[in-house]
Design a protein around this ligand. Structure first.
Ligand code: ADP
Length: 180
């Protein structure tokens, strides 16, 4: 586990399963329909129970880069923030969309007075975003946000050992200044 102080907040990197986290909210790397599917979304819907999908159905989907809130149902987390990352295409817009996913998730948390949030590595599974580039965007965006705004704890929960070490190395390069 890695823990760094940024402004008045903490940034943590852990290797593990996001469905088991005790932060007030966990973030789902969702699809535009907010449907269960595979990967981290499938795991979150399984752990939360079928009532999460019932709640999601009423939200009218979610566009790439945006974020929507539901309750956590059977999860330890009180809330789930659903955000849709970009499907990697190699175009400039990918990085903007990925940045917006992190930023809009944090904004929603701040608006709802949510004090702690766990993120997965958005877009780096089925959506094909190269993990080293995605880690840089994710960490830069979160560090920049935490310097100004109030979420007390942001935890990245990396599923694999390899992803954990990429995030760890990227954070070392960025430092707490937020730019490589
Ligand atoms: P996307 O469609 O945004 O690429 P995926 O769910 O396919 O989303 O993958 C995003 C990341 O989430 C991948 O690094 C994947 O290994 C990871 N992941 C899958 N299941 C879990 C889980 N239970 N907890 C945390 N991370 C997970």
């Amino acid at each position: 586990m890695i823990r760094k102080k940024i402004g008045k907040s903490y940034l943590e990197l852990v290797q593990g399963n996001i469905t088991e986290q005790d932060t007030e909210a966990i973030v789902n790397a969702a699809n535009e329909r907010l449907a269960p599917g595979g990967g981290v979304a499938g795991a979150i819907h399984r752990a939360a129970g079928p009532s999460l999908w019932e709640e999601c159905k009423k939200l009218g989907g979610c566009k790439t880069g945006e974020a929507k809130l539901t309750s956590g149902h059977n999860l330890r987390a009180t809330y789930v923030i659903h955000t849709v990352g970009p499907v990697y295409s190699g175009r400039d817009k990918d990085s903007e969309d990925l940045k917006n996913s992190y930023k809009n998730s944090l904004k929603l948390a701040t608006e709802k007075n949510i004090r702690s949030v766990s993120f997965p590595s958005i877009s780096t599974g089925a959506f094909g975003y190269p993990v080293d580039e995605a880690a840089r965007i994710a960490l830069e965006t979160v560090v920049e946000y935490l310097k100004k705004d109030g979420v007390e704890l942001v935890r990245f929960v990396l599923f694999g050992k390899k992803d954990f070490s990429v995030y760890q190395q990227t954070l070392q390069k960025i430092g707490t200044e937020g730019r490589i």
